[in-house]
Design a binder for this molecule. Sequence first.
Ligand SMILES: Nc1nc2c(ncn2[C@@H]2O[C@H](COP(=O)(O)OP(=O)(O)OP(=O)(O)O)[C@@H](O)[C@H]2O)c(=O)[nH]1
Ligand SMILES: [Mg+2]
Length: 586
Amino acid sequence: MIDSQTARLKALAELETVRADIREMTETLERVDLWRPAAGLKKACAEALVMLDQLAERFDRKLVVTLVGPCGSGKSTLLSALAGDDHLSPSGHQRPTTRQVVAFCRQRSDAGQLVEQLGLENIRVQASEAAEALENVILIDTPDTDSTQQAAHIPIIHQAITLSDVLICVFDGENPKRRDHTDFMIPYVRLFNGASLVAVVNKCDRLAEAELTDSIMPEFATYIHAAWSVDPAAILYISARSHLQQPDWNANTRPRHALDQFDQLRRLIVDTYNRAGYSVDRRMENARSLRGYLQQSIHREAEKEKIALKAAVDQMAAAEAEAMQQAVAAFGGDEGRLASGVNVRLYQQLAQRWLGPVGWLVAIWARILVFGTGVASLLRFGNPVRQILGAVATVKQVGESKKAMHAADRGAGAGMALMQYDAAMAKAWPDIAERLVTARFTPRVRDDRQAPGDGAAVGERLAEAWNAALEAELEQAGRRLSSVTVQLLFNLPTLAVLGYAGWLTAMNFFSNTILSSDFFVHAFWTIALVLLLSFFLLQGLIRLAAGRERLVARVFERLQTSLERDVRLAETPVWTQAQRILGLAR
Ligand SMILES: Nc1nc2c(ncn2[C@@H]2O[C@H](COP(=O)(O)OP(=O)(O)OP(=O)(O)O)[C@@H](O)[C@H]2O)c(=O)[nH]1
Ligand SMILES: [Mg+2]
């Protein structure tokens, strides 16, 4: 008792995990909504969840064993034979005979969930003490899947199947390999674990004995395996009618032989399915199979697109890189003006780092440069974003691109770069979009607003990256050109002359010799000349180590590498969804 209770609780916990897993799949599918197969897969997940909800609801209830099959295959006869009551589910000559679900159980209440879900008008409950052998099972007969009433029947059958734990698929022995029935069953058998499926070939009494065992059954088994791709719990041949209380054979319908596996089927139901506690195992197996099936479907669908998607993603990345290149090139604009700006910034860096007489000259020179080029242009040179604003204004006058105007209106700057980027991307997009559509993305992706990196964001990003690269490059050059050794080396001549003149002045002063003013004038010029000479040499060194063009080139290089590492594509839905689908295919 305790054991069965623990097993039950454990199973309930696992069932909860399975449901959570399926909910997670649904969420994943919601996040790839541009991919058309996602909708169908999501629907399958939703249906599975409904099934599992119902399963959880009847967890402590009896196992539901359902007979399904085409018109006249003998479902009702089989139910009556199994129930031991010939009139339980009427069978007859007028097709279809069964128009509603018939549930055979011990107590009416056993079929509570079925009545509730199917509606009173669609089910007839046959509660009978004759069902004593079926203490833990409800047997269900369903209408056919293929008569003229099919349209009305299918929703009922669908409902009944989703409320079932075991399916017994009844085939007509005289034509067991009917494609329409097998095909009809395919989506349903996938919802069940193989051990919850039984395939039955009925009316075997109409077939020649040798043919039945030697060719029909082996062929049927192969056929079922291929069509359903599962291993059913059993594949049996029976003669349901022979097991009615009164088969009422007439002269021309008499059985051709007495061979059948009805008892085996009966034992499967009465001994195995009817076993106390069996329903928990069966239901858990079904739940796991359902989850496995969904996982597999998602994986399979994603796998189909792997090659096309991979190509689209690669093409997107390449187009993006190309577009970025062009944007950066446009960003660079007038490199000459840019170079002088960068030069001023470099001297400012050095001015902050240098000490000593040469340091003073560096500071003065930095100032002179600022005034020489003008403060306003300094700001402009330092930051190409502003420089580009001018270009945007021109574009605005031409008014040929709405986008550029938009960017200009927003004052985000970098409009030229942005335009280049967008133009390059728009050119590459139709190709990429076609690939995506081949990979079953919605045709909406053809709209080039779906292309990655749209909007002023690219321009802003570029400006930010540019500033960071410039700062880093200036800092590096500044530090290299301001090392203690360099500072000492260039300051030393001036300091030496200064020291010597100072020493002479002091020595003479203390020995009461007053030096002539000519001496000081001479000393001053010597110091000034040495200082200037040192500074010129330093400038030569600066030019050599960090010439303006070279520096600008290095900043661009750094900008490129920083942009390469930067995955801007990550922000666009098409890109992220394509990546997610590739993830699902793994
Ligand atoms: N020879 C033979 N006839 C059978 C057997 N089982 C059923 N029949 C006959 O096949 C006919 C159809 O049987 P039903 O049980 O009504 O078939 P069904 O699948 O319930 O049909 P619908 O309810 O219309 O879908 C009846 O005339 C039965 O007597 C069998 O094992 N052997
Ligand atoms: Mg029937």
